[in-house]
Design a protein around this ligand. Structure first.
Ligand SMILES: O=C(O)CCC(=O)C(=O)O
Ligand SMILES: [Fe+2]
Length: 252
């Protein structure tokens, strides 16, 4: 399957203008592009991913207990990268899945200077599937990981909240800064009590940058009203040298 995504995959200038950068403060930043990929192509990609990806629902061992991960998952990585620590998934090669490479090209075009070499996919069958509060802070990603997240299918809420940290004090985002962000309501982005909420649209891109993994937690909570499948791709960069890998903050 070839979708021939162009290097500028967003043909609608109005959509392109909706790219938002949200400064979380203290070196953490979110970028949100509501339509990175054209709507119809995004549905073709959804169907392809739903059918062709070798999804599994693994058993995860954390904090001395086991739980079935509450969503389907699959992992892709360039050859020779170190393993992930929070669970050790089989690493598939995206050479065998050309549409994944086309999506990666679109992401690289949108984020000049980025160079992702691994990909974690999630499939949420309905609103009972979720990802709990966590940070993607495995040492393999380095101190300031850039994580690019693409969503397809059912819109789901993505939440961010500040986490208590030894390195930084727990500071609320000033109201004034929140008000500087234009048109957040139209884009279904909101902030309350220092917590941020994004409704991730079909074909959208959300990027976490800077110290977001060190200072913030994120989640996709259960939503009873979400009655359809959502597929999410998170592109990451694994650094080659790892020593003393630390366990990530990933409950389930
Ligand atoms: O599904 C999402 O939007 C987020 C997934 C996520 O946080 C992860 O895979 O680490
Ligand atoms: Fe995550």
């Amino acid at each position: 399957m070839s979708l021939r995504l162009t290097t500028n995959p967003n043909p609608n200038p109005n959509e392109r203008e909706k790219r938002r950068t949200i400064d979380l403060g203290e070196g953490s930043e979110i970028i949100y592009v509501p339509r990175l990929l054209p709507y119809d192509e995004s549905w073709k990609l959804f169907d392809y991913l739903d059918k062709e990806i070798p999804w599994t629902r693994p058993l995860i061992h954390v904090y001395g207990r086991s739980c079935v991960q509450p969503r389907d998952t699959c992992y892709f990585a360039a050859e020779g990268l170190p393993e992930l620590q929070y669970y050790k998934p089989h690493a598939y090669s995206w050479d065998d899945y050309p549409p994944l490479k086309e999506i990666l090209t679109a992401v690289h075009d949108a984020l000049p200077g980025s160079s992702f070499n691994s990909l974690l996919l999630n499939r949420y069958k309905n609103g009972s599937d979720y990802v709990a509060w966590h940070a993607d802070d495995e040492k393999v990603y380095g101190p300031t990981p850039e994580i690019a997240s693409i969503s397809f299918g059912c819109e789901r809420e993505f939440l961010l909240k500040k986490r208590p940290s030894k390195k930084t004090s727990q500071v609320q985002i000033p109201t004034s800064r929140r008000e500087e962000q234009p048109a957040t309501k139209r884009l279904k982005i909101s902030s309350q009590n220092g917590q941020h909420s994004f409704v991730l649209k079909h074909g959208s891109l959300l990027v976490m940058r800077g110290y977001t993994q060190r200072d913030w937690l994120h989640s996709v909570p259960k939503r009873v009203k979400a009655d359809a499948v959502r597929i999410n791709l998170t592109f990451r960069r694994v650094e080659i040298s790892i020593e003393n890998s630390k366990k990530p903050t990933f409950p389930c």
